[in-house]
Ligand binder design. Structure first.
Ligand code: UDX
Ligand code: ADP
Length: 465
């Protein structure tokens, strides 16, 4: 079977960076070039201080330290890397469209298309092109058509190899993946391409965990896997609202239903709402695809998962306002956490952004502390919503690097991300520094109600009365 010596990955982001680092680690004989048009990002990947990589993931800096300069290289010379590689991964961003047809639902494929055109322009020999970004079904077909019609008469095989890593555990997820999915054409050259990509993963994963399918099944499976996971979170969050009105406790309900082996215990933690770059985007894609085939009931069914998630974020913000005597105007509220989950500096679609936005509408003064997210990102997230003047965002919201400072003289603390360090903060001192009565809103269910009430907090926990 054909093997490959050089791989190229276009896009050095949350997917491309960790995935290529792990491939380089596990396949020392393959040269892996990761390229990006964003020079600043490449410089950060090449930076001397491994604590300043552009992406924070547990275990990543160690792998970068081992492989960078050995068989892993970061560069902005996209064309050379394409030319030299036999296998090209496309891992560029595919945000939800903010304009035109499919606005707010369909994925914006302009970056993918630019990539495909670039490959077509540069490639002088046969290539296997792997779509790694999350994409709507039938994107592979579009990539193939661009490549075949503008290329220099070389043969392109397109594979779909969706990403299943979760941020915060990316390295572990890649090293011991439940499964790898490879979709490709049912032709001889398609099967050969699938086997070559499978061979890369077989360096460290048992063959039976590498599933081969046709391209569309692979693309659709990615959307469906994320829709199912998000649906579990929305389902449990819908029940959390009911628990708050009754004496049921959501943790006990989760545990009780999770013990049923048909249901299972994972993805049943109630929270202020799911975030991240995949769940919402993938469901919106599914909804858009269903609608475009006239399957309105199917579209509505999945859309409800997002409606429930929006409701959960709003419910959390509304609860803060009503608890603080129906006005938060001019009141200081400390946010602990801005990332969409712990152990990542990614903030895309984070619940914190929407909760902050709702509170800023009420003229609250917010102070944010997150151990890994910087002020620039936080303001960018808020400005992107376009709810008010950027200046107003900077006036009302401050970012600090110390949780004690964030809570000083605050009326309330709200926990938006489940960072481990929040569990061991000196909550007595925090309480002492706050205005009284001191309110604490736990949107991530990480603190013990009894203990916090003993300290003196007026304590609210999602899913518990
Ligand atoms: C997800 C998928 O898990 C991954 O397979 C896919 O490749 C990309 O999308 P990710 O978005 O990185 O990964 O994080 P994930 O761990 O799935 O969490 C998504 C959101 O759901 C987070 O905001 C998280 O806090 C929330 N969540 C998760 C809950 O609120 N409760 C849970 O029980 C689990
Ligand atoms: P993801 O979570 O999907 O990895 P990111 O936004 O973290 O998304 O990363 C995508 C990367 O792809 C960005 O660093 C962006 O600069 C890069 N990118 C987008 N378009 C191109 C392109 N045409 N050529 C090279 N890199 C690109």
């Amino acid at each position: 079977m054909r093997k490959v010596n050089q791989i190229c990955c276009i896009g050095a982001g949350y997917v491309g960076g960790p995935t290529m680092a792990v491939i380089a680690k596990q396949c020392p004989e393959i040269k892996v070039n990761v390229v990006d048009i964003n020079q600043k990002r490449i410089d950060q990947w090449n930076g001397e201080n491994l604590d300043e990589l552009p992406i924070y993931e547990p275990g990543l800096k160690e792998i970068i330290g081992e492989t960078r300069g050995r068989n892993l290289f970061f560069s902005s010379d996209v064309d050379t890397a394409i030319d030299n590689a036999e296998l090209i991964f496309i891992s560029v961003n595919t945000p939800t469209k903010t304009y035109g047809k499919g606005k707010g639902q369909a994925s914006d494929l302009k970056y993918i298309e630019l990539c495909a055109r670039n490959i077509a322009k540069v490639a002088k020999s046969d290539k296997i092109v792997v779509e790694k970004s999350t994409l709507p079904v039938r994107t592979a077909e579009a990539i193939k058509s661009i490549l075949d019609n503008t290329g220099n008469d070389v043969n392109f095989e397109i594979l779909s190899n969706p990403e299943f890593l979760a941020e915060g555990t990316a390295v572990e997820d890649l090293l011991s993946a439940d499964r790898v999915l490879i979709g490709g054409a049912e032709t001889e050259s398609g099967r050969e391409a699938r086997n070559i990509l499978s061979w890369v993963y077989e360096h460290w994963l048992p063959k039976e965990r590498i599933l081969q399918t046709n391209v569309w099944s692979s693309e659709l499976s990615k959307l469906v896997a994320n829709a199912f996971l998000a649906q579990r979170v929305s389902s449990i969050n819908s029940i959390s609202a009911l628990c708050e009105k009754t004496d049921a406790n959501i943790a006990e309900v989760s545990r009780a239903i999770g013990f049923d082996s048909r249901i299972g215990p994972k993805f049943l933690s109630s929270s202020v709402g799911f975030g991240g770059s995949c769940f919402q985007k993938d469901i919106l894609n599914l909804v858009y695809i269903a609608k475009s085939f006239g399957l309105n009931e199917v579209a509505d069914y999945w859309e409800q998962v997002i409606i429930m998630n929006d409701y959960q974020k709003k419910r959390f913000a509304d609860n803060i306002v009503s608890t603080l005597y129906n006005t938060v105007s001019g009141k200081k509220i400390a946010f602990y956490g801005w990332a969409f989950k712990k152990d990542t500096n990614d903030t895309r679609e984070s619940a914190a952004i929407y909760v902050a936005d709702l509170l800023l509408d009420e003229q609250a003064e917010i102070t944010v502390y997150d151990p890994k997210v910087n002020a620039e990102t936080i303001y960018k997230d808020l400005d992107y919503l376009n709810s008010r003047d950027p200046e107003e965002n900077r006036k009302l919201l401050t970012v600090v690097s110390d949780p004690m400072e964030a809570a000083k003289d605050a009326h309330a603390v709200a926990i938006l991300t489940e960072w481990d360090e929040f569990k061991t903060l000196d909550w007595n001192s925090i309480y002492n520094d706050m205005l009284k009565p001191a309110f604490l809103f736990d949107g991530r269910r990480i603190l013990d109600k009894e203990h916090m009430e003993e300290i003196g907090f007026k304590f609210y926990k999602i899913g518990q009365s």
